[in-house]
Ligand binder design. Sequence first.
Ligand SMILES: [Zn+2]
Length: 290
Amino acid sequence: MQPLQPSQPSPAAGAALFDFVQRHPRLFVLTGAGISTDSGIPGYRDARGQWQRSPPITLQAFLGSHAGRQRYWARSMLGWPLAGQARPNDAHHALARLGEQGRMTALVTQNVDGLHQRAGSQGVIELHGSLASAICLDCGASHDRAGLQDWLVSRNAALRDVIAPPAADGDVHFESPLFAQFQVPDCGHCGGILKPDVVFFGESVPRARVDAARAALAAADAMLVVGSSLMVYSGYRFCVWAGQMDKPVAALNLGTTRADAMLALKVEAGCAPALQALVSRLEQGAAGSR
Ligand SMILES: [Zn+2]
């Protein structure tokens, strides 16, 4: 018997995805956590769309108390080594090639890991911001997150050797009474509260970012969702808008998505093998037609 390879698309699914992309030469591509799991960054949800372990921090919890920020930054300090070292995988590289082929109006991501840019994609719209920097909530100054790590580790030696299971968005699964003593970084310019430059749950995506992404959707022939369960409204609404604009939506995702009922095509396969096969086939087709 052949071993089961559930992450490989079936031949029929691979052909259907190729056909979808051929028929819609300008794609609006939306990616989610599922594309980065092969880079060692865990997703938020399981195949049924349920939270894996505890849900991520909310804006209210972060702003509401010093203890909330102590917990956030302690877990961020522990998660940073993995998040900072993550490398793009074959799915990120395949989408960069799709962009080079001129097949996208925009690559929009719900991820904050920067892996699309590291794979070479241009003009990426990061709906939920980026872990690479922190913003002062008082004066607006931007601080490089990598530069904060040494400060965090030197001031919080009691936690520096903790090994904890990684969670999405540079977080880890870890709780400790030591959080109460955790030294939280503040703005070197004004002493204000530093917040990672990411959109937390409970927070709105900045309007200009949504408008730019919506304009790219309007310019597209179709939408392709990659590695997202679309449980978060900030991503799901693009499917709603695509429907209102009469643009078909395809999704490549292992497991249920919130938009399953409105999809023109659903491919349940791993992002990397499916996208690699798709891009190779497109390149072969382009070479054959010359
Ligand atoms: Zn400041």
